[in-house]
Design a protein around this ligand. Structure first.
Ligand SMILES: NC(=O)c1ccc[n+]([C@@H]2O[C@H](COP(=O)([O-])OP(=O)(O)OC[C@H]3O[C@@H](n4cnc5c(N)ncnc54)[C@H](OP(=O)(O)O)[C@@H]3O)[C@@H](O)[C@H]2O)c1
Length: 331
């Protein structure tokens, strides 16, 4: 297998007849992913908590690719697991196949509050909401693969290099918020919450990949986009003091890669033929390696660290998430 894959949007094959969902497709990386899949003829559901923002994204995509015929809004708020299940079920009433599922939506650096289900929002949205949404859709993903032996079905989970900073996930802690009068404690807590939610994304991807390992034509992988200056760096609702917000935003603005380049790892995993040719499954891909400050549209498989490969933690998280989902569906 080559160490590094050079990828441009031209490498995306014809996707006519295929159906995709992109969570958070109304903004940033998700919008570019939706746009490039639709450009190749894929029917794309932009899963978003705001119809207005989804329609604004569709209008921008139409300006770029000349049509919005391939785009549909799917209402999805990941804060409520019950709502995420309902969104998945409403999709399954509309479509009988799902070829590409990109679990991209995410947040970080926000004011710490509990979701209506009772979990700190970073973990609740980034992990639990997607757990509920993706696992509800999984039977349809499997059916799509089984019914279409020639078809290659993909699930891409958007993680982040930030997971490398994560401490082990303390499942007691995911029900508590963080508040400190000291700015640096708040910053540390907020970065850890984000890092652990991205570690949870990685565990989720590895567990899903294991679940479908007997299916030759289902490819489950995770992506880190690189540092990209998007709305996630709009820290206006963050509990951080202004100077920390300013530094955070400036850092992404100056050192980040552009959003088109940032979308490439996920798009490669969602559509490129080389994923199949090289049987890339259960992998985490990063952009790069970079040459100094220059990024050459290269993508490579990043070795997952010891904590990321910890099977026990990953199984514990799965069981916890299943129980959380069952509880949310009861209430
Ligand atoms: N940008 C980076 O440097 C970077 C680096 C590593 C990983 N990532 C990951 O990349 C993914 C995309 O982020 P981005 O950089 O493109 O930021 P973005 O432009 O802020 O996009 C985030 C998307 O997630 C959606 N979202 C947030 N909360 C949601 C909820 N409760 N329910 C449904 N959707 C929700 C947002 O919807 P609204 O528009 O309604 O808020 C938005 O569409 C995230 O998972 C992020 O962690 C980004």
């Amino acid at each position: 297998m080559p160490d590094v894959f050079n990828f441009t949007f031209n490498d995306i094959p014809d996707l006519e007849g295929k159906v995709a969902i992109v969570t958070g497709g109304n903004s940033g990386l998700g919008e570019v992913i939706s746009r490039e899949l639709a450009r190749k003829g894929c029917k794309v559901y932009i899963a978003s908590r705001s119809q207005a923002r989804a329609e604004a994204a569709m209008a921008r995509i139409k300006t770029s690719i000349g049509t919005d015929e391939k785009l549909t809004f799917l209402e999805l708020d990941l804060e409520r697991m019950g709502g995420a299940v309902a969104a998945a079920k409403s999709f399954m009433k509309l479509e009988s196949r799902l070829d590409i599922l990109v679990a991209n939506a995410g947040l970080g650096g926000i004011k710490s509050e509990l979701t209506p289900d009772g979990y700190e929002r970073t973990f609740g949205v980034n992990h639990l909401g997607h757990f509920a949404f993706v696992t509800t859709l999984l039977p349809l993903v499997i059916k799509t693969a089984d019914d279409n032996a020639e078809s290659q079905v993909r699930i891409v989970i958007m993680s982040s290099k930030a997971y490398e900073q994560a401490h082990p996930i303390d499942l007691e802690n995911v029900r508590t918020t963080y508040h400190s009068k000291f700015a640096f404690s708040t910053l540390r807590d907020l970065l850890q919450r984000y890092a652990r939610s991205k570690l949870a994304n990685l565990y989720f991807m590895r567990e899903l990949a294991d679940l479908v390992k007997d299916r030759k034509n289902i490819y489950v992988n995770a992506s880190h986009p690189g540092l990209v200056y998007t709305n996630i760096f709009n820290l206006s609702t963050s509990p951080l003091p202004w100077y920390m917000r300013y530094i955070g935003e400036l850092h992404a603005k100056w050192f980040g890669i552009n959003v088109n380049d940032g979308a490439k790892t996920a798009l490669f995993l969602a559509a490129d033929r080389r994923v199949i040719e090289n049987d890339i499954k259960g992998a985490l891909m990063y952009p790069g390696p970079t040459n100094g400050f220059v990024y050459y549209s290269n993508i490579y498989i990043r070795e997952i660290n010891k904590l990321g490969m910890d099977v026990q933690s990953r199984e514990k998280l799965w069981q916890f998430s299943e129980a959380a989902l069952a509880k949310a569906l009861q209430s």
